[in-house]
Design a protein. Structure first.
Length: 643
């Protein structure tokens, strides 16, 4: 059967608690002060089995205006409401306020209990019933059954129970996003067990032994035990009134308004995109940046309301806005909320969360308004695309996408597959399945290409730009996995050429012209004449100092073209000199079987300044291999190994 939570609503002293006691035998007024004053102050809880066998969790809320905050906490997460109206008083201020609150919290189903009928006559009862029907017109309670009852005599209770059963049978369960979340509405300790928290499990499930996190504190705990309707269970599911015995955390740490979830899933937020409706009652306009009380789940936070496209909102108005909170909250897209004025404290509006992790939006921005419109009324695929776009180069994991769209995970996975196959999104990480928008990915790639092009224009004589330089200028805010993926894809698409640590455009070729071509000719002539005793790099730079850094660039070009052979950081040789020496050196090795610095000197007539670098160069280019104090041919060594 469906998991159903029933909540009470109505003015103070209209008989909500008495009705629950008459139905269940449970007195939900548990506090000493409640007993003494005869009114409900805090939330009370009970359970009821309907005639059709359906189990229902009950949340009894206070009706007094001073405890509306507690009422809002209790009304969050309920599926249907019993609006309690006393026959001797009729519709009162909190009756109206509770109806508005229930509407803003998205409650769609309810029943009306006309209580204390033992205090009035039949004629008066009919008058009050007609008033109630007029009162609930154009609300979710329009057409709801109005059932007269007396908690004192029991009159009407069987009919009321039957009415509840019929109502419960037609309740459609809300789509479950699959992420465990329980807004905490009560905390207490039990001897021998420790800390216990209760709340309506709004989504996902939790099992005994699970590790959990208390938010926004980010305090870790472990589930020691679970109760649903006063029965110990191994697992609780969405829609159930749940009590959880926590291990590893003290009662004093937790407060109503905290949220229980799995570790590392939710990030508490200070800024949310919302769709807001301002109640039509009253003559006061709501100004931009008004200080308000924001109620979501079981939490209350002071907040500034930032109207997106107007400076003030008329009573009865509606529109897109942001709330900026003084203390963080934990929410999902699709969550309902209530807003109350700062002073005097009264309910003035409510609405729905569009993005619980939004960044600061530019007011009057057409693009920001368009995004909010899609998040409010767009198709699920449009909502997913919008949040993926908002995530930029950081990308977003499927579970975070669930939180920021309110789309159930199983449905979201199909949407992501479609977006990836249609190249609207890019799968960034196969481990956590995070994605980013294709438009953001392509824009990032073209910034890389533009940076390489700019580098070629600035330094035409250099081979290309080092990867780390690109990362510093273009990709400093991108993950290394994304940066490397972008480079690799650009290479595969033929947009860039990657040569080890350097990146260049495919069309880039270093060409020397005019004065630089003349400089190249002078340098190559100098090396050609020098043979095996060339000048050092430092001497070259000093000789052509009038050309400044260009000399170094020309040398690099000549080395890349193979005209000069770089032996070490300080020595280059003309290619023909090296080729001739290589042949003569090989003949020496074949003839004598080995070479030493002395025999190399005898071969070349060179000093140690050149002998050692040249012999090491031939080792490095795999002509020779060192064996003790002498060298032997590498190819001869290889043949001996094969033999």
């Amino acid at each position: 059967m469906k998991n159903i939570v029933l909540g009470t609503a109505g003015h103070v002293d209209h008989g909500k608690t008495a009705l629950i006691k008459a139905l269940t035998g449970i007195d939900t007024d548990r506090l000493k002060e409640e007993k003494e004053r005869g009114i409900t102050i805090d939330l009370g809880f009970a359970s009821l089995t309907l005639p059709n066998g359906q189990s229902v969790g009950i949340v009894d809320v206070p009706g007094h205006e001073k405890f509306i905050r507690n009422m809002v906490s209790g009304a969050s997460g309920i599926d249907m409401v019993v609006m309690v109206i006393a026959a001797d008083e009729g519709i009162m201020p909190q009756t109206r306020e509770h109806l508005h609150i229930c509407s803003f919290l998205g409650i769609k189903t309810g029943i009306i209990a006309l209580t204390k009928i033992d205090l009035v006559d039949k004629q008066w009862l009919d008058v009050v019933a007609d008033d109630i029907k007029e009162f609930v017109k154009e609300s979710f309670l329009e057409g709801a059954p109005v059932i007269p009852v007396s908690s004192l005599t029991g009159e009407g209770l069987p009919e009321f129970m039957e009415g509840l059963a019929q109502l419960a049978a037609h309740i459609v369960e809300e789509a479950d996003t699959g992420i465990f979340r329980l807004p905490i509405d009560r905390i207490f300790t039990m001897k021998g067990f420790g800390t216990v928290v209760t709340g309506t499990l709004v989504s996902g499930h939790v099992c005994v032994g699970d590790g959990v996190e208390i938010l926004p504190l980010k305090t870790a705990a472990k589930v020691r035990g679970i109760q649903v309707h006063n029965r110990a269970v191994a697992r609780a599911e969405a829609g159930q009134r749940t009590a959880i015995n926590l291990q590893g955390v003290e009662k004093s740490v937790i407060a109503r308004g905290n949220v229980l979830s799995m570790s590392g899933i939710f990030e508490p937020s200070y800024r949310l995109d919302i769709f807001f409706e301002y109640l039509p009652y009253g003559d006061k306009k709501l100004k931009n940046r008004s200080l308000l009380r924001f109620h979501a789940g079981t939490s209350e936070a002071m907040a500034r309301l930032i109207l997106q496209n107007q400076e003030e909102m008329e009573p009865g108005g509606k529109g897109y806005a942001q709330v900026v909170l003084e203390t963080p909250t934990v929410a999902e897209a699709g969550d309902r909320f209530v807003i109350r004025s700062y002073s005097p404290v009264t309910t003035i509006g409510g609405g729905v969360v569009l993005d619980p992790s939004s960044k600061k939006q530019k007011r009057y921005s057409e693009s920001a308004t368009h995004e909010m419109r899609l998040l409010h009324g767009g198709a699920d695929e449009q909502k997913a695309q919008t949040i993926i776009e908002r995530s930029g180069l950081a990308g977003i994991s499927p579970i975070q996408l669930v939180i920021r769209t309110g789309i159930p995970r199983h449905k979201l996975e199909m949407i992501l597959e479609k977006l990836i196959s249609e190249r609207e999104a890019v799968l960034l990480d196969r481990e956590d399945h995070s994605v980013l928008s294709n438009s953001a990915y392509r824009a990032f790639q073209w910034r890389i290409v533009a940076e390489v092009q700019h580098y070629h224009q600035k330094y035409p004589l250099r081979e290309g730009l080092r990867k780390e330089e690109i990362r510093t200028t273009v990709g400093q805010f991108a993950a290394s996995k994304l940066f490397n993926r972008a480079l690799k894809d650009l290479e595969n698409e033929g947009e860039l050429v990657i040569n080890k640590e350097h990146v260049r455009m495919p069309s880039h070729q270093v060409q020397l012209q005019g004065e630089l071509e003349e400089l190249k000719s002078q340098i190559i002539l100098l090396y050609s004449k020098a043979g095996l005793t060339p000048p050092s790099m430092k001497e070259i730079m000093e000789k052509f100092a009038q050309h400044g850094p260009q000399c170094s660039h020309v040398m690099s070009v000549m080395i890349k073209e193979g005209l000069l052979i770089k032996v070490n950081e300080d020595l280059c040789f003309h290619v023909e000199a090296i080729q001739t020496l290589r042949e003569n050196y090989k003949k020496l090795l074949l003839r004598e079987g080995k070479a030493t610095p002395a025999s190399f000197k005898e071969l070349t007539g060179l000093s140690r300044k050149f002998i050692i670098p040249l012999m090491e160069y031939f080792d490095m280019t795999k002509l020779t291999v060192r064996a003790g104090e002498h060298r032997i041919l590498r190819e001869r060594t290889a043949k001996q190994g094969e033999a």
